[in-house]
Design a protein around this ligand. Sequence first.
Ligand code: BEZ
Length: 212
Amino acid sequence: MAIRLGDTAPDFTVDTTEGEISFHEYLGDSWGVLFSHPADYTPVCTTELGMVAKLNEEFAKRNVKTIALSVDPIDSHNGWVSDINETQGCTVNYPIIADPDRKVADLYDMIHPNADNTLTVRSVFVIDPNKKVRLTLTYPAATGRNFDEILRVIDSLQLTDYHKVATPANWKDGDDCVIVPSIKDKDEIEKLFPKGHTVVKPYLRMTPQPNK
Ligand code: BEZ
């Protein structure tokens, strides 16, 4: 069954390029990004895995651990990692799950048979420290993902969780945010948003980004 927002991310134990990993234990108190690839030694995937390696510090700053998956075996992953490091100018610094029996791919509904019967689609799952799924995203095989957008969504989720603001259309880091509708009390608003706020409509209250 498809995984939906708010579900607990299914746990699993698998072989990875960094040894055997139990997913929930690996995540610990961190946020997580689990992302899948159609196959090893494919061009778009090579650029994507390189990009995630190069964004390692950005993920770490946000307390996010990344983990990739493809349905090929460990030996294949290990050879491919050398190519990724060589061609993308990076060091792959996160585990890649080997899922030749498609245990995790099936658990996370990463194979969409009407697109391709054997390969995983480009899925992304963002998981919070309570192991709840907070973002699901599915890209077609020939379209590389925009990992800046995934970081942007993580920033938005963390602003909501830690600062009680939502983010408007096309929001970028540093832009004004939206006070979440559940906060109604004027005193609470003044206390939570000392930088001030603007009431555009009673249901649309803007405030400077709280953590800037
Ligand atoms: C790739 O992963 O590079 C890819 C997969 C399917 C079609 C085109 C590219």
